[in-house]
Design a protein around this ligand. Structure first.
Ligand code: ADP
Length: 437
């Protein structure tokens, strides 16, 4: 009765309840047959018995009803079997032809089944691997990881996974990501294997490139440091002797000579500024101070003190919200703030240049804003101004070396943040930088 659908079960019970003699019988068909045989015997001993004939007809009718029900049940069973076969075939096809490797393993890791992709990963026909331990085809270096993976499969409730290396007979190696699928099949379990060799290769390439880049960056930083540091001394000589020449022989020189000497001194001074800035830039990568909790309100106060002369000269107004304390290199953060504020005053032609510093708490970082009412920047130069030696103005218009923002971009990046500008020509600028919390 296990396979009989509920409505037939109900129908059979209903039929059984009509016949008192079948009430307690578990098998109504057998009971009906027994009843029919008894009636038939009775009928042969007493041909004219009206009762036994009526009983017999009733029983035949009930048998016909049961037969009909059984035929229906049978049809449903045939349909269910066909459906089940179809599902099995579909599952089998999906398993066999999946682009992912499938391995069905016994508890001790023996291969009881695998699909074509899985066999392909190992290198031979499927039949070759049947009943062999999968660990045999795992590279020596990753056998421990694989064993750990197998142990955890039986224990944990989560889907275990690990990176591993399959090693075929011809020593070809394949990086795979193994994942357990929680389908238990007669004590066997299923794992999938995805080929991640390309990913691993590009990951390795990336690591190599990164190491190379780090090395060359370090070398470049050291080179810039040595070059700018060693250039300072001869440059100082050029500047001071040209200056001396101009002072000592000013009466003997004509106007042209004096003008030329002035150009030479000016050029040497500009070069000094450039070299100093270059030195600062290279120090960023060669000398990193440990980060500590830094109070940004104090930094703002310090900047105001340092820039007091400039503020007074330009009648500037520097204001700020209450700022947080952040983890960072105090000296570098001071230089960053000072540069952004002094640029806000420098690149400003208004009667009263104003710079306001505010901050926004953005979950895992602080985003600072330094807003000025200066000359502004065209959108097309948003990126360019952060590149070394890139200036938007001549020295006559505004003095500078064009290295400040490149340095401060580097500083912000060393603090796990970003720096960017939002501005419009003639409408002031907003410099933003973020510091990781
Ligand atoms: P420098 O000021 O020495 O030229 P920076 O790297 O600090 O170097 O700035 C690069 C360029 O970006 C400047 O030459 C200037 O054209 C532009 N700039 C920087 N800050 C501002 C500002 N607040 N408003 C307008 N332009 C600015």
């Amino acid at each position: 009765m296990g396979l009989v659908p509920p409505r037939f079960f109900f129908a059979l019970n209903l039929k059984s309840s009509k016949s008192c003699c079948m009430k307690k019988d578990k098998n109504p068909i057998a009971s009906l047959r027994r009843q029919a045989e008894a009636n038939q015997k009775k009928r042969t001993s007493n041909e004219n018995s009206f009762d036994s004939e009526a009983d017999c007809l009733k029983l035949i009718h009930e048998l016909e009803v049961h037969l009909f029900e059984l035929e229906l049940q049978n049809q449903e069973l045939v349909q269910a079997t066909t459906d089940a076969r179809l599902m099995t075939a579909k599952y089998r096809n999906l398993y066999d032809f999946a682009a992912t490797g499938y391995f069905t393993l016994s508890k001790d890791g023996k291969i009881s089944d695998m699909n074509f992709c899985g066999a392909n990963m190992l290198g031979k026909e499927r039949s070759y691997y049947k009943n062999k331990f999968l660990i045999v085809f795992v590279s020596n270096e990753t056998k421990t990881i694989f064993n750990h993976f197998l142990e955890n499969i039986s224990d944990s409730n989560s889907n275990e996974n690990c990176d591993n290396v399959f090693s075929s007979d011809d020593n070809a190696q394949l990086y795979v990501h193994l994942t357990e699928i929680k389908i238990k099949d007669n004590g066997h379990f299923l794992i999938t294997a995805v080929d991640i060799s390309k990913l691993k290769l590009s990951e390795d390439e990336l690591k190599k490139t990164l190491t190379k880049l780090e090395c060359s960056n370090k070398e470049l930083g050291q080179f810039a440091y040595v070059a700018s540091h060693d250039l300072q001394e001869p440059l100082r000589m050029v500047t001071s002797y040209t200056q001396l020449l101009a002072d000592r022989y000013k009466d003997k020189l004509d106007d042209d000579a004096r003008e030329f000497i002035a150009y030479a001194v000016d050029g040497a001074k500009r070069m000094e500024i450039l070299i100093n800035d270059l030195l600062k830039f290279s120090r960023l990568s060669t000398r990193q101070n440990p980060h500590s909790l830094t109070n940004c309100n104090k930094i703002l106060d310090q900047v105001k003190t340092t820039l007091s002369l400039m503020i007074e000269e330009k009648n500037a107004l520097i204001t700020g919200d209450i700022l947080p304390s952040v983890m960072g290199d105090e000296m570098q953060l001071l230089q960053l703030m000072q540069n952004l504020i002094s640029n806000g005053i420098k690149y400003n032609d208004s009667k009263q240049p104003s710079v306001h510093v505010s901050v926004k708490d953005e979950n895992n970082e602080w985003v600072f804003k330094v807003k000025d009412n200066g000359i502004g920047i065209d959108k097309e130069f948003y990126e360019r101004i952060f590149v070394m030696f890139q200036r938007l103005h001549t020295m006559r218009e505004y003095k500078g070396s064009g290295i400040g923002l490149a340095i401060y971009k580097r500083i912000v990046e060393c603090h796990g943040g970003r720096i960017w500008v939002v501005s419009e020509k003639g409408k002031g600028s907003e410099f933003y930088f973020s510091i990781a919390k």
